[in-house]
Design a protein. Structure first.
Lengths: 166, 572
């Protein structure tokens, strides 16, 4: 028996952009009891190809099965496990935060420190756009939570390997 | 010149060499049926769509060709799900064409609309919804290619009604373009060499062969390798027939093959389970280490280094940890291994292997497969032994699922590949009878016998009509013990004899039932009637049901209780 501990993994998947391809991937995860923490998908510069970035948790055996099972899907061109390579990853969050007279300055200070942007202003709220890795998003969310986050929408992680083309 | 979609459909099937379709019509596929008469393709009208899929499956397993079925939308499509899942688990190449409501209606909950692609996604190798008649030739080409290559499997092609009504130019593509699908056929030479070095040094090696040998047509290579390395062979249920259980002696009489251990696992033989558990090297080819084979994983083959060859990388390292993984076609890997064995043979082979083979012979002597005769009553194992005796193994055997299936695996000696068709992975009751019909369609002159239980035969009994109407002379041997035998056995052994739900009293008179369908019905209630009934049945050129009324509470032994190590067998 193989016993290992759970870890988070970021997986990049290059797929043919055909109907149902995302359903096949998501169905594979739910059907076999794997986790999806985040998933992002959008077309690439190459016609008909979509890049998906998926974050999952599991032990090494599970990860190895995930990569192999994904590779088995006919519409999937390439699967790569980023833990084996250097990669950059970013996610974007839209955060609607309470911004009353007495807290506006504090919100703007945080925006400045995190190099975020105010993208919408209303009488009681600022909507912020912040981009970064998971750590940065978590940090700003923690700070803003003390002031009062009304709503949050995150894209989930998008990742690319450094230098080498996958 | 433009052709109608329905005509394009048949032109494509002809290009793929399809000679028979197992099908059932309905609104969404009537354009295809209307076109059918103009093409030289045999249509077998089934009585339930599940039967069609199992027939296509039986046809495919028996012949190695792709089986085809055609059903309508909605319930026609959903009825195929069990057959598709069965084929998927056992890697059987079938293409299932389902009708679909016209494209403008898709998503509107139209009459007989169902998202069959969504429903079957987890149990197919791949699937297609054809939205444009111009895509039909490419999709059909890809469907057949995917079904039969790599690790074979079922492909569903969902064809909306307006697509087969539309017109298009017909051009069948010469090649497929599937950039995401490139099965590894060639086994890695370095890995094969490492594996061979391991086997050379082994003192107690076992070859564990499975369905992959049959699919890749490499029984000959396996037999050759066994000669070269003098290692005994055990099989998964799916592998039975890939290695001969018997060999002819000098007079041409069949004798037990000294390298054959019998089946492995829950109902495996004592010597097979002991040999695997005491082996130092397991050479596993075309298997997937199903839980019915391994028993408790943490105690499986504790001393063995494992070499695992499979064309499907997901099968390797999924259930057991593997020391030398080899992704590739079994035939290719075996051929490479044979070359190595011929070039650098094992020194003092006979001497090296003798203690191990002696030990195995000793195990077999201690606990051979056996059963006790019981006077006036028929023992189920006896019926199966008689079937083997009379046919001499020259028959295609299908089974349903349950005790009779395990007794068949134990007491019938399979010598040739594609002579046992059984639902191994999914364990589908109701598989064997339609599968026998499919196999008989592929081989009209062969003796095809479904060994059935009184429970499972009733799951697709309506196909008797299909057999009679199309004059498909399959023989069905019902091992009738008035119980769902395996559940009852488990209830006896593990649930304090609580037989809730497993008693089948009140089943129909199978002889009268056969006669009602226009088939022949025969019955045996005493041991001496078994042989005459079988001989008579095999001489009749039409479908026959044989009702063997056997001892009710016979158990399959050995049995490894669920969750136990495979050496912890209950032997009687």
């Amino acid at each position: 028996m193989i016993v290992t501990t759970d870890r988070r993994y970021t997986i990049g998947i290059l797929v043919q952009n055909v109907p149902g391809v995302l359903a096949r991937i998501v169905g594979l995860f739910s059907g076999r009891g794997y986790n999806i923490e985040t998933v992002t998908a959008a077309e690439t510069n190459e016609k008909g190809l979509t890049r998906i970035t998926l974050v999952t948790t599991g032990d090494e055996r599970v990860l190895s099965q995930i990569v192999k099972q994904l590779n088995k899907l006919v519409n999937i061109i390439k699967v790569y496990d980023f833990s084996e390579t250097e990669f950059v990853d970013r996610e974007m969050a839209l955060i609607k935060v309470r911004a009353e007279q007495q807290t506006r300055a504090e919100v703007l200070r945080i925006v400045d420190i995190f190099r975020a942007k105010v993208v919408d202003v209303s009488p009681h709220y600022y909507t912020l756009e912040v981009t970064g890795n998971e750590g940065k998003i978590a940090a700003i969310v923690e700070l803003l939570d003390q002031i009062g986050i009304e709503e949050i929408a995150r894209t989930g992680k998008a990742a690319l390997a450094r230098s080498k083309k996958y | 010149m433009k052709l109608k979609g329905a005509q394009i459909f048949f032109e494509c099937l002809k290009k793929e060499g399809v000679d028979v379709i197992f099908g059932f019509p309905g609104g969404a596929v009537l354009d295809i049926y209307h076109e059918m008469a103009r093409h030289n393709i045999r249509h077998i009208l089934v009585r339930h769509e599940q039967g069609a899929t199992h027939m296509a499956d039986g046809y495919a397993r028996a012949s190695g060709r792709v089986g085809v079925c055609l059903v309508t939308s909605g319930p026609g499509a959903t009825n195929t799900v069990t057959g598709i899942a069965t084929a998927n688990m056992d890697s059987v190449p079938i293409v299932v064409f389902t009708g679909q409501v016209p494209t403008p209606l898709i998503g509107d909950d139209a009459f007989q609309e169902v998202d069959i692609i969504g429903i079957t996604r987890p149990c197919t190798k791949h699937s297609y919804l054809v939205r444009d008649v111009n895509d039909l030739p490419r999709v059909i080409k890809e469907a057949f290619y995917l079904a039969r290559t790599g690790r074979p499997g079922p492909v569903v092609v969902d064809v909306p009604k307006d697509v087969v009504q539309a017109f298009a130019d017909f051009k069948y593509p010469k090649k497929v373009d599937l950039p995401g699908y490139r099965p590894t056929v060639e086994a890695h030479a370095g890995q094969v060499k490492k594996a061979y070095q391991l086997i050379r040094k082994a003192k107690a090696p076992v070859i564990f062969a499975g369905g992959g040998i049959i699919i890749s047509e490499s029984s000959g290579e396996l037999a050759r390798l066994v000669k070269l390395i003098q290692a005994p062979v055990t099989c998964s249920l799916m592998g039975l027939g890939c290695f001969p259980a018997t060999t002819p002696d000098r007079k041409g009489l069949r004798q037990p093959n000294p390298f054959w251990l019998g089946m492995l696992g829950m109902h495996g033989t004592y010597q097979a389970n002991m040999a695997i558990s005491h082996s130092d090297v397991i050479f596993a080819v075309g298997v997937r280490f199903d839980d019915r084979v391994t028993g408790k994983i943490s105690t499986f083959a504790p001393k063995a280094k494992i070499v695992h060859v499979d064309v499907d990388p997901t099968s390797i390292g999924k259930n057991v940890e593997v020391d030398i993984p080899i992704v590739g076609d079994c035939k290719n890997a075996l051929q490479q291994m044979i070359q190595l064995a011929e070039k650098e043979p094992i020194q003092d082979l006979a001497e090296t292997r003798a203690p191990w083979l002696d030990q195995i012979a000793q195990w077999e002597k201690e606990h051979p497969l056996s059963y006790c005769a019981e006077g006036d009553l028929i023992k189920p194992q006896y019926v199966i032994e008689k079937i083997y005796e009379i046919t001499g193994g020259d028959a295609i055997i299908t089974t349903e699922v349950g005790q009779h299936q395990m007794w068949t695996a134990q007491f019938y000696k399979f010598d040739r590949p594609r002579t046992l068709l059984t639902s191994g992975g999914l364990g589908t009751m109701g598989y064997g009878f339609p599968a026998a019909i499919g196999a008989q369609v592929a081989f009209p002159d062969k003796l095809v016998i479904d060994i059935a239980g009184d429970g499972s035969i009733q799951m697709n009994i309506q196909e008797l009509c299909t057999a009679v109407c199309n004059n498909i002379p399959v023989k069905v041997a019902i091992i009738n013990n008035t119980y769902l035998g395996l559940p009852r056995q488990w209830q006896e052994l593990f649930y304090e004899k609580d037989y809730t739900g497993s008693c089948l009293e009140g089943s129909p008179d199978f002889v009268k039932l056969a006669e009602a369908y226009g088939a022949v019905g025969l019955r045996a209630v005493r041991p001496e009637e078994v042989e005459p009934v079988l001989r008579k049945a095999f001489s009749i050129k039409s479908p026959v049901f044989m009702d063997f009324q056997v001892v009710a509470e016979e158990n399959v032994y050995p049995i490894v209780p669920p969750g136990k190590c495979i050496t912890e067998m209950l032997l009687a």
